[in-house]
Design a protein around this ligand. Sequence first.
Ligand SMILES: Nc1ncnc2c1ncn2[C@@H]1O[C@H](COP(=O)(O)OP(=O)(O)OP(=O)(O)O)[C@@H](O)[C@H]1O
Ligand SMILES: [Mg+2]
Length: 536
Amino acid sequence: MDFSAVSSALKAIGELTQEVTSLWGVDEQVERLASELRWMQSFLKVADARKVDHEVIRTSVVEIRELAYDAEDVIEMFALKVASKRKGGFSNCIKRSACFLKEGCLLHQIKSEIEKITARIEVLTRQLKTYDVSKLGVDGEGPSSSTERREARRPYPHVMDDNIVGLDKDIEKLVSVLVDEESECKVLSICGMGGLGKTTLAKKIYRQSQVVGHFEHLAWAFVSQNCQIRKIWEDILSDLNILTEVDKKMKVEKLAEKLSSFLEENKCLVILDDIWNTKAWDSLKPAFSARKTKSKILLTSRNKEIVAHADKNGFLYELQELDYNQSWELFQKIAFPQTNSPGYKIDAKMKELGEDMVKHCAGLPLAIIILGGILATKYPSLTEWLRVSANVKSYLNNDKGEVLRDVLALSYDDLPPYLRPCFLYLSHFPEDYEISADRLIQLWVAEGIVSSKQEEGDEGQIAEDVAEGYLLELAERCMIQVRERDNIATLKIRSFQMHDLMRDVCLSKAKQQKFLYIADQSNECQLSTIYSLTVH
Ligand SMILES: Nc1ncnc2c1ncn2[C@@H]1O[C@H](COP(=O)(O)OP(=O)(O)OP(=O)(O)O)[C@@H](O)[C@H]1O
Ligand SMILES: [Mg+2]
């Protein structure tokens, strides 16, 4: 949920109200507007915290964004006029008296503009008040609720896909760290963007004979965005074969204590799959507090920050995309169902089409599997393959491809409000473009997407430093791919790129939120309702 526009409008209103009201006496209108916007902001915050993804809310967010920009525009225009009239002292006062009538007109016009916006906001507020946001996220969504989607993606460590490609080097590296008893490292993390194969790799490791032989016990727990501590600890205790009926009624603190002492006394490997943030780790760590232990913890996460937070000697493993040959190998296994039959030969034209299409997946296994799956259903019709090939992107975004979109969009949904406009802004850059960090930071600041931080009793941070921190945060969340860093010590990013499919998510979110409009010759747009225009 993007409530950054509302926050920014509120901030502008807050800063300008003082000035505006002292001269014009429109405090009542401005206050009413601010109060409506405050309600919107808290509504969106609750919806966001509950991860509500409901059509009505989504449409409303677009409308709220437009209203908030309009409100900000009117207030700013108003303040500009006031400021220009304040300059010039006494002589200007005389001119001001002469312009009294004109000013009266302006005052009237601005008052009525504010009233119009407030009225629009009131209508929207009334609509939203009829929806109980506390219920929407839970059962208001029908079959595609986020809980169900999450459950659908729950991995089962004993179920292994047949078509795995690559991963041998990854397994070798991770296993060597896991079985190294001299190493101080207790927590390892496999990181990368959604659908890259983190869970798949963790499952492989979980079944690796060297690992099974090294550890006395193994446990697997699925964390997900909805981190339920008790459930996770119980799952681990159950895998370790020490969960009793008494434990199920035990206080949660006792459960943590039991798990912690077991991990201290036994050599265990615990896999925490799909952990989202340091907060989730902090809530889980009481069970992993054992110091003198040979047990290890392997995480999979889209967030690189967690491992260093969990263990200063932790090991970060950044999983890479499949290379072209591996991508093709995987694609073939899925798209051509008979590849394994003896004497089977792939049709030359289909091969050519497939080789071209697989490039669109940019090495992301999930995308390759989805695309391959779509094509397998159309096999052996060359006409159908030609149809998909003419519009691969839209096939990856529609129907069956919605899984891919949902998986990648989870990363966007998890962004804190201040990072959302920063991410959406990246939609301005063309595909495969290597973006210079310095240039982006200047743009973010110039466009007002990032501003300085003023903290009480503190010197605060200038906007450029804040922006640099935000960029690092996007990289930590695997939403951008760093290409060059200044030096290893500072980790300062010099240039980066966005995965092609992540860019698609960015573009679609930016369009959905009317953050940006892409103009080409075939479309016309209502420029008044958008934040930013890009011509490609
Ligand atoms: N090396 C691979 N070979 C073949 N298929 C793979 C490979 N890696 C991943 N896949 C397939 O891609 C899909 C996504 O993989 P996986 O669930 O492991 O991604 P993930 O990185 O854990 O994603 P998320 O961040 O959403 O949890 C799965 O269907 C998996 O079987
Ligand atoms: Mg996963």
